[in-house]
Design a protein around this ligand. Sequence first.
Ligand SMILES: [Zn+2]
Length: 205
Amino acid sequence: MIGGQLHQPSVEGLTAVWASLPDMGDRSGALYVAQCDLGRGVFVKRVIRRGEIILVFGGALIDFAETKRRGPRECMAIQVGPGQYIDTQPPGVFANHSCAPNAGIRNDRDLIALRDIRVGEEIRYDYSTTMDEGSFTMGCRCGVPGCRQVVGDFSELPAGIQEYYLSQGLVMNFIVERLRSARAACAPWTGKRGTLLTCTGTEQK
Ligand SMILES: [Zn+2]
């Protein structure tokens, strides 16, 4: 996710866009968009079972320059490769971040339930599982106990959280590939925070 704030600040300006687009991404047929404490969010109108595909992120593939060119809409682009982004569309574009998410992205596109999700509950995933931009961070207001306060690149997550997401297949494939390369070049891997992508044979953090 790229942008300047945790919630999508341009949502209000998107009302017309939202109204003109079909819910192509709503694989579960159970979603609605409503106000939440971060702006707008994606909610469920029936129970979603653990492992169920909630939605599939869709939209044009664009590069970093294009995310900038599109101005405020850049905040809705999800990174799926080095310099490659999906210009996400409703309803997925309204999915907010949580440091204790009930959903995660598999296969670079599928938002799946990490546990059973109750009627009326908001869908949130961890933006850091999609981020590997080098320097971008944003403040977090997700409000869960243990909130990290800052949402940053996957490589900046505590090692235990990285391993959890990796073990569940919830990390974008381009990040997984970078980790494999970094670990292969960095044996033995120390497992300490922030070392995964920066290690060049000596620990840098
Ligand atoms: Zn948080």
